[in-house]
Write a protein that binds this ligand. Sequence first.
Ligand SMILES: Nc1ncnc2c1ncn2[C@@H]1O[C@H](COP(=O)(O)OP(=O)(O)OP(=O)(O)O)[C@@H](O)[C@H]1O
Ligand SMILES: [Mg+2]
Length: 1014
Amino acid sequence: MAEIGMGIGTDDGERKQVTVLFADVSGSMDLAEGQDPEEWRKIMQRFFALLAAAVERFEGTVDKFTGDGIMAVFGAPVAHEDHARRACYAALRMLDDVAEYAAELRRGPGLNFSVRIGINSGEVVAGAIGDGGDGSYTAIGHTVGLAQRMEALAEPGKAYLTESAAALAAGFLELKELGPFEIKGASRPVDVFELVGVGAARSRLDLSRERGFSRFVGREREMEALEDALAQAEAGEGAVVGIVAEAGVGKSRLGHEFCERCRQRGIEVFEAQAQAHGKSIPLMPVLQMLRAYFGIGDRDPDRIAREKVAGRALLLDPELGEDLPLIFDFLGIPDPGQPAPQMSGEARQRALGQIVCRLLGAPSRNHTVVLAIEDLHWMDEGSNAMLAQLIDSVAGTNTLALVNFRPEYRLDWGASSLYRRIELQPLGREDTRELLRDLAGEDPSLDGLEAPIHTRTQGNPFFVEEIVRELVEAGHLEGEHGAYRLARPVEEAGVPATVQAVLSARIDRLSADAKALLQVASVIGKEAGARALALTAGLDAEELDPAICELVEGGFLYEAELYPERVLAFRHPLTQEVAYGTQLGERRAATHAAAAQAMIELEPERLEELAALVGRHMELGGETREASRWFARAAHWAGHTRPQDALRLWQRVTALTGELEDDAETRALAVSSRMLQLEYAWRLGMDREQAEALADEATEIAERSGDVHAVALLKLLTAARPGVADRASEWVGAAKEAIRLADGTNDPALRVAVRSAGAYAHMCAGDLDAVERIADEILTLTAGDPSLGGGIVVDSPMSWGLMARSVALRERDRAEEAEALLDQALQLAAEHDDPETAGWARGSKSLLIADRGEHEAALGLARRNCELTERLGDVFSRTTASTALAYVQIAAGEHAAALATIERTDREYREAMGAGGETEAWRSTLRARALLGAGRADEALEEIEWATATAKRREMGWQIPSALHTLALARAATGAPDAEEALDEATEAARSRGHLMTLRRTEADRAVLTAAAG
Ligand SMILES: Nc1ncnc2c1ncn2[C@@H]1O[C@H](COP(=O)(O)OP(=O)(O)OP(=O)(O)O)[C@@H](O)[C@H]1O
Ligand SMILES: [Mg+2]
């Protein structure tokens, strides 16, 4: 097996969202002079130790010592969703600790020290520096420089934040805005903030509350379950409910809404929550809970606090009196008169646990209480143990313990008979829509936003809120909260920094194998087969399975299919985006290339189908040559069945060849990709200038490499392609020249292909002999091979030849033979996958049937043909089909419908092509006919005069007789003079060209007109 795999787990750096903190002890340099160096070193070491301790306390990484300070990173190597908050807490701690030590130094040796801190959040590239990745871990990027600038800017004793750090920390921390500053290295002034202290918000939900909650939607069933549990607690049985869901799904909000209901009914609610950065503060949630329970405020003096505790505790259970010193001590309000007993940490914790349980189970307490504890997944060991104790003691009390946590948390007490678990699901489609309406409003311009937002967020309300905020900030939405309108279309919306922080923190908690596999999966796409994953990642089955298992269990991926192969898909598009975006470009490129190789190896039977995807991976993998080959392959495959795709793919090939070395292969691709774009140009429409530029470039390259083949085709595609030459004679001349050039190559495929387009030029010029001759040549050259020459102009030239011959025969008034040929053409086109020619043949057949007077059948076929060509997506086939429909509608006497059809067709054609094309006079003639039928003779006359003049000017011999014929009818209907002259001219035009069908019709009308006149 080829070497494809990436070698999983190679750690060569990642892009990460982090907060960088710089701190330095200022004034130190001047002071160093008068100081004994040894003494000095000690002092500095002590400072460094204080700074480093503050960083470690909040799980940051000291990146380096800078001489008189440090640089620290929060959120790398392991991502933390609250990286900015952690940095701020660390900064506050530094300011406090350094101030304390500085005061000591001022009192002692009389030295003056202070610390300055700068904080910035943003993306860095983090990883080991140095060859082979054995250097030390560090963060690099503009984000780092800006943090350092903040430090330089800060006044002594202060911490300054940039706006991006402030945006993440606001609410959790108290900040003071200092206004914009010009910063070296920043393209625009940066808003700077000073860190003042801890803010009021404890959780993200507090922050949402502060901003104004969005309307609470859905969750009826969950509310019912909570009410049930409450009823059970009120009945004295006790209840424990755990709400489980990923970040942002709405655990806290549901709990909050429920607790509010309880409070309104007079039920006491006590809340506590574990903090992401709080694992290292033992028992913090317990402390919080007890403070809430005793109603101690932040500003209560110790004595008052002690009185509150003692009052309530003794009321509940007089026996608690003995434990008061321990409770005081734990709550940080020790009573100097009654010191807490000496005991080991573990004993103390057990004792506290018992006290908490006693409080809950206190005999005198007979009213219902709700204990709400949030975010158990962040709880420290001690609190966890205490919680288990507490849950045990809930039974038989009036307590409802309501907890929430993310799925990764393993509970020790899940077996408790009182416990019920609510697996909170993301919001459904309807609820998401309602939330979005509440956030953004109902302006019609927002209509297109709902579906993509739902797809991206998968109903996670936090993500929905953040994405709306991001769209507002990026200027996509204008207006105000709840009443926005779309100001700028959203093509590519980034992942909001807050959402990214949450998701990358989850990803970083994975094992190394699982994380690397997730990254590989993100490169492959939304879905990946297990074998492709293994091959791309370079894993064998034993390594792959546990990693996949971890990813599935962790809710990152799900098994989209199990048979015939296991296919894994991202549960959340945002996870894929983050996993993709955090990889370094080079590594990602290598994975793309490996993914392409894996596809080639694994799916040899589906390569045509996968070619575009392989090409895309090759391109992103930096394999430009391979990419252009695969795109060309994909474009051929898309062929005429999906012309839009084919055009897009050929454009990619042209663009890629521009980056390649100029050799024979590159030139061939450069020419053919341009030629094939031109091919599709007349079907799909293309700007004239763009088409000409393509043709000139291609001709230049083809001539340079002596490619006669290509030059012949280019001739055809430029001068001879429909719609370009104004007059049919020029077009026919170019077609002849192209045929001559093609014949010079002796390549039967090219000779056939060029003839199919050539026949069309003659057809429009009304030269039936030439059409038949060329059709015969096509049939001779293909010698029964329906695919010979396919894919150049049409997919089955043989089918096209039969069809062209049939059109000529119809004009010669040999309908039966014409129909037999059409049936043959249709069958061939179907067998050889040429839906374009099939569309033409079906349209022609509907005309024949209509001519016979079988209007219902003709209408049915013409409508069906419109449906089928609609799927092809090219304007050429589509308008040809609807023009045929208009003809049939006129024949069936449905003039109003015909008028609508032909007007829509003409509009569509002109919009796509920027001109009326070679069939404009024909469409105009049909419009005049429909107007006549609808009794709008004056308008009909005006229209047909234009059609006649245009057909003549452009020498469209095929349209001239019928235009003149219609002109005569319109003149007669309006009483305008010279109806007879027009009729004579029509007769002559038809006779001289051998258009016997039109001749017959003209003569029939002459009889009617003469009778009417007489
Ligand atoms: N049912 C809902 N209706 C409207 N908004 C909601 C709903 N549920 C949640 N939200 C909003 O979505 C955001 C995230 O919700 P919440 O904070 O409750 O998530 P969470 O599951 O607790 O996440 P985490 O695990 O990070 O704590 C909040 O701003 C919240 O107000
Ligand atoms: Mg929460």
